[in-house]
Design a protein around this ligand. Sequence first.
Ligand code: FE
Length: 339
Amino acid sequence: MKLHIKSILYITLCCLCAQLTYAQEELNVYSARKEALIKPLLDQFAASHNVKVNLVTGKADALIERLNNEGKHSPADVLITVDAGRLHRAKQAELLQPITDASILALAPVQYRDPDGYWLGLSMRARAIIFDPTSVKVEDLSTYENLVDTKWKNRICIRSSNNIYNQSLVASFIAHHGIEKTQGWANKFVQNFARKPQGGDRDQVKAVAAGQCDIAIVNSYYLGNMMKGSEEEQAAAAKVKLFWPNQNDRGTHVNISGIGITKNAKNTAPAQELIKFLYTEKSQAWYADVNLEFPVIEGVASNSILENWGAFKADTLNLSQLGELNATAVQVMDKAKWR
Ligand code: FE
């Protein structure tokens, strides 16, 4: 009899386990954010929501192409990128679906989400001016527009025009000033370069620190990461200062890392849960602490490095404009011979 009860218990437990295993939801994430800068958050989500999260990382364009090739059979449920331009590209290629739940849409400030709900900005990044305080007076800095002044001749470092951050910066110019004025600006701006565009944003900071140029335009989190990086990076970061441009007009150019639910997503419920999770105070503070990006929601405890840089006015341009004007921005940069 004892054995019989044991067997029944065992079978019941097995059935329960099988059901639980069967019930565990899955979520497939395609991410252009590096694994180190998204997996810890996905792991927390997986544990707290009992969801099995499968992560595929890669370059945004490669992931977009993969989604396109996979079509209906794509396992991907969400696409995460590090700029609004690529999310717009995925929307244009009909690879995303609109989010219709108003409570989810409301999580992102209106300027940081697609007007049709196809993607939402999760963290904000700002493109700042970095300068050498031994050769540049802070009073001489004001706007991106003013960097065409002849006083900056051969003094500016910036990465190449094939970089999406620069394309988005130029797209924001077009949105504010129109193509003609932007072209005039780009033509002159290129004349002030200290060297042929090369390297990433960290390399621009290093070039300013090494005296190869006096100012550079970089996303602020690169400087922040250098401040807590290797000895060599910390030494370079200590030699430069950060300036927020355009504080008396449109505000500093910003971009977002963001997320969209794929058109053929099979797991939309956990996808929506993930989005909600990424807007919690804890997740938002993580972006600030780990990668020195800015939270997109109010009331998140600030990070000491971010606090030292001070509050700044960010451009309120709807970031879907960056995607819409991307091709035109690339043409403008080509014409200006911005390599
Ligand atoms: Fe980056």
